[in-house]
Design a protein around this ligand. Structure first.
Ligand code: NAD
Length: 473
């Protein structure tokens, strides 16, 4: 164990010990922190009780709870980043710190659920956003800490309690985050177990959660299988599934900026975020210049022979038109030089991206890889690029990016992609509010149409009408 791992372990042990000693609020046994249970039913029952208690808590206290959740998360953003990196082996911990900070600071709070009023000759109608109750949330291995933080802030701001079934390969980090946030909630005057999770999550426990009668709605963040299973459960589902974001660059773009932005976005946390640029479709006349600019910013271009070898390593099931394929999990989220090493190529750790020029039918283009291997396809003009972008996105309607100064083509691509997020002239993460306007979320629900989720996504509308009176004009 190296020094870094040892110091993370020490910090985590101290925090978990502190939380457990302070108060054991659990009803289950064998717990390792507040809200962490050894079976799903106990986690749901505790969250159900917490929800009922939370209904009695004032909005002012709810605001203080959210504030304290942000505060404690900020204090532990680095520990959580290191834990997630150590446990999953994915990403770069320093990027995860930035990712955590984004979710902590920019996930909206109680202000997002303001009421609406209608007044006319026939009186006054009030529309309020009410909680669903106990939400069942399934979270991924790729963004384990920040998905829980951002979901927890949004769902609690909306008045719900939450049971998390985290990814089995991120269970320690996830249990730690749930414990930590529960401590913040209790310290700010909220009930215990507003957030719960199970210490040994499995696909079976996820299925048990989907069928549990006390789970009001499901919020599922992950690959195609889990989203499909949840949508077939019979419960209302907010499903955040996979993407394969194309990035189009045309001849009018600021190519120096495009090169810089693409490397920054596509290499962020080694490309594990669903919104990261996954393939570049570049107009031929500027392709050489774009590659040069990308190389200036940390990309390394592979030869055709090296591309063949890398493809054999990283693609388990080749994607193609109409078929999304699958990447080799062994390489998901790994550093570029780790992947390069396995084809006998020594590169420094500072290499951000492996750039691969390929033709349009290549599996690297059609498979969501979630790693810093970036295919680039040369196309004759911007219309061909946009048409190809629609196809390679597989109809996920998730995210797309374009670098162009031609407003007609920017508008055309925005329209035909029909995605939850479309980023113009910036790195993909600008679409999550990092260097772009707007709020953050790590649950982008394209299959169910909820888009970039926020507190109001986790509410049900209720209306109250008083006939003929209470207008003030
Ligand atoms: P994954 O699908 O392997 O796992 C996600 C969660 O679903 C885990 O908790 C897992 O245990 C559970 N699960 C998986 N299959 C299941 C099944 N058949 N029944 C019940 N539960 C099941 O995903 P991952 O590898 O952790 O994450 C990467 C994937 O998630 C990528 O495809 C990425 O695009 C997607 N993702 C999407 C968003 C978004 O906001 N749209 C955000 C993050 C990740």
């Amino acid at each position: 164990m190296d020094q870094l791992e040892q110091s993370i372990r020490q910090i985590v042990e101290q925090v978990v010990k502190g939380i457990s000693q302070e108060k054991n609020h659990n009803t289950g046994s064998g717990n390792v922190g507040i809200g962490v249970f050894n079976n799903l039913n106990s986690a749901v029952e505790a969250a159900d009780k917490a929800y009922r208690d939370f209904c009695e808590v004032s909005l002012e206290t709810r605001k203080l709870i959210i504030e304290n959740m942000r505060k404690i998360s900020m204090e532990h953003k680095e520990v959580m980043a290191k834990m997630a990196h150590e446990e999953t082996g994915m990403g770069r911990w320093s990027d995860k710190v930035v990712k955590n900070e984004l979710g902590i600071v920019k996930t909206p709070g109680v202000e997002d659920i303001h009421p609406e009023a209608f007044s006319d000759d026939r009186g006054l109608t009030l529309v309020e956003k009410a909680p669903y109750g106990v939400i069942g949330s399934i979270t991924p291995s790729t963004n384990p800490a920040v998905t829980i933080i951002s979901n927890a802030i949004g769902m609690i701001a909306a008045g719900n309690s939450v049971v998390f079934n985290p990814h089995p390969s991120a269970k320690k980090t996830s249990c730690f985050v749930v414990s930590l946030l529960n401590k913040a909630i209790i310290d700010a005057g909220g009930p215990a177990n507003l957030l719960t999770c199970i210490s040994e999550p499995t696909i079976d426990s996820a299925k048990e959660m989907m069928a549990h009668k006390k789970i009001a709605i499901l919020v599922v963040t992950g690959g195609p299988a889990v989203v499909k299973t949840a949508m077939n459960s019979g419960k209302k589902t907010i499903g955040a599934g996979p993407g394969n974001p194309p990035c189009v660059v045309d001849e009018t773009a600021d190519i120096a900026q495009a090169g810089r932005d693409i490397v920054a976005g596509a290499s962020f946390d080694n490309n594990v975020i669903c919104i990261c640029e996954k393939e570049i479709l570049c107009v031929a006349s500027v392709a050489d210049k774009l590659k040069e600019e990308m190389k200036k910013n940390g990309a390394y271009e592979l030869t055709p022979d090296q591309i063949k070898k890398v493809t054999a390593l990283v693609i388990s099931e080749p994607g193609r038109p109409g078929h999304e394929g699958a990447a080799n999990k062994k390489y998901v989220g790994k550093n570029a030089n780790y992947i390069a090493k396995d084809i006998g190529l020594d590169l420094p750790d500072s290499t951000r991206l492996l750039l691969c020029e390929v033709d349009k039918d290549h599996p690297l283009v059609w498979t969501e890889q979630l790693m810093p291997v970036m295919p680039l396809v040369r196309v004759k003009d911007v219309d061909e690029a946009i048409n190809l972008a629609v196809e390679v996105e597989h109809g996920f309607r998730h995210t797309a990016i374009m670098h162009s100064l031609n407003i007609a083509k920017l508008s055309k691509m925005a329209k035909v992609m029909n995605c939850s997020i479309f980023i113009k002239n910036g790195p993909s993460y600008a679409g999550l509010g990092a260097g772009g306007a707007g709020f953050a979320s790590f649950t982008i629900a394209s299959p169910t149409g909820d888009g970039v989720t926020r507190p109001r996504s986790f509410t049900r509308e209720r209306r109250c009408t008083l006939v003929d009176y209470l207008r003030i004009i």
